[in-house]
Design a protein around this ligand. Structure first.
Ligand SMILES: Cc1cc2nc3c(=O)[nH]c(=O)nc-3n(C[C@H](O)[C@H](O)[C@H](O)COP(=O)(O)OP(=O)(O)OC[C@H]3O[C@@H](n4cnc5c(N)ncnc54)[C@H](O)[C@@H]3O)c2cc1C
Length: 411
């Protein structure tokens, strides 16, 4: 049983079919449901077209370096489901999964299923993370999450506070500022990234230099690595960079991490300079890795020479408070991250933070597997491009588990 028909569940389905393992993919909506219902209108993938390689399926168009729009992403995943003849049950919501005598009992709003092995492919970004103090916002303020946001026309005229400066927050801040509404962007830990370096897409460099292939059992602190925010990248036809300097150049104001709300005042952490210096430092390290790889691989002479980007121009002194009651700020957009929803999983495999306990996708319950989670097995696991290798590994584990069970039964 596979729960979820995003790219990850479908990649697993392809691998299961390849081994003639009977299975069903349960999906609460249509294929690619989250891309249809939880993304803003202008969003394009931040990964170039060539970088969505699924098992047995890839990009065949004439714009490998472009970035897919949402209708293109949905079309791509739909075509994949058709190409692999995925055994889908759409409009079927899993409401509970519990251990049964020989596997799992899966309850859905369309009836019950029994399975010997289970793949959780229900997504890592089901619920927007919003701090508990959000309830202290003055009631006059409109609030949206990055999942609810569609376009600036949704918002009242007036100032906007965007909370979170990773891929979603920086792109949304950019679009809203361009709509004529002044934006203040609250910035915590973030990963700075230029779209293009030495004439090539940053994703191309990271792929070629092996940065995205780094394994979960090679990093020093995998718990932390799995929590690292997304890079400040966006996919635009102009190949624009969405780092803080680029945003400030169009008028976005930056402040520190939103630490609380008291008496109608937003309170920002004083750590903005530190966070920006750290992001500049980490960018420098990434570019060092890329430059070293360019030298060792022999392409150094074929691309423009190495260079470094100007440090983030942190405003001094940083603004530590913002009046949210005087009418200047009309909207708050929470772009403060996402978490998965396993409220329907009645098997003891969740840690205290509600995340599935697993070792590279092999869950701590016999015959249960996880795919599509950040840094599941490799740095690229959270990308569509990571689905292929993760599924190819997990199918070997799953098939061995079923073989073992079958051998046990026959003996
Ligand atoms: C804003 C944003 C931008 C992104 N941009 C990129 C990008 O540029 N490039 C890239 O490679 N990746 C990108 N990603 C990451 C990518 O979306 C995720 O890695 C991917 O969606 C995870 O795929 P998935 O198949 O695991 O999950 P999903 O695509 O979320 O699919 C999970 C499926 O499970 C279904 N489901 C959930 N619960 C149940 C249930 N109880 N019963 C039945 N079905 C259920 C859902 O409806 C959904 O269809 C982005 C993510 C976000 C949030």
């Amino acid at each position: 049983m596979v729960v979820g028909a995003g790219h990850a569940g479908l990649a697993m389905s392809h691998c299961l079919s390849d081994r003639s393992i009977d299975h069903v993919v349960l999906e609460r909506g249509e294929v690619a449901h989250t891309w249809r219902t939880e993304r803003w209108d202008s969003l394009r993938l931040l990964t170039p077209n060539w970088q969505s390689r699924l098992p047995g399926f890839g990009y065949t168009g004439d714009d490998p370096d472009g970035y897919r729009t949402m209708p293109e992403v949905i079309g791509f995943i739909e075509r994949y489901a058709q190409a692999i003849s995925a055994p889908l049950r759409t409009h079927t919501t899993v409401t509970s999964i519990r251990s049964a005598e020989s596997g799992y009992l899966v309850r859905t709003d369309q009836g019950d299923w029994q399975c010997r092995a289970l793949v959780l492919a229900s997504g890592a970004c089901n619920i927007a993370r919003i701090p508990a103090f959000a309830r202290l916002l003055p009631p006059s303020i409109t609030t949206l999450t990055a999942q609810d946001y569609r376009n600036p026309d949704q918002l009242p005229e007036g100032g906007v506070l965007v909370v979170g400066a990773s891929a979603s927050g920086t792109q949304i801040a950019h679009e809203i500022q361009r709509s004529g509404r002044p934006v203040i962007l609250s910035v915590g830990e973030h990963i700075r990234a230029p779209r293009v370096y030495r004439g090539k897409d940053l994703e191309w460099w990271m792929d070629a230099a092996g940065v995205l292939d780094e394994r979960y059992d090679e990093v020093d602190d995998i718990v932390r690595a799995r929590r690292v925010p997304s890079m400040q990248l966006g996919g635009s036809p102009e190949r624009a960079t969405f780092d803080l300097n680029a945003l400030m150049s169009i008028g976005v104001k930056i402040v520190g991490r939103l630490a609380g709300i008291r008496d109608g005042q937003a309170q920002f952490s004083g750590s903005l300079r530190n966070k920006c210096e750290l992001a500049d430092l980490k960018l420098g390290r990434l570019l060092d890795t890329i430059d070293e790889w360019a030298l060792s691989s022999g392409i150094d002479d074929a691309v423009p020479p190495p260079h470094r980007f100007a440090p983030t121009a942190v405003p001094e002194p940083p603004k530590l408070g913002l009046n949210l009651s005087n009418g200047a700020i009309k909207t708050v957009v929470w772009a403060s991250g996402f978490r998965p929803d396993y409220s329907w999983l009645d098997v003891d495999v969740l840690d205290s933070k509600g995340m599935v306990r697993h070792d590279g996708g092999v869950v701590e319950s016999p015959g249960m597997y996880l795919i599509g989670a950040p840094f599941l097995r490799r740095r690229k696991s959270s990308f569509i491009d990571g689905g292929r290798e993760d599924a190819e590994y997990l199918i070997r584990e799953l098939a061995a588990f079923l073989d073992q069970q079958a051998a046990g039964n026959s003996s």
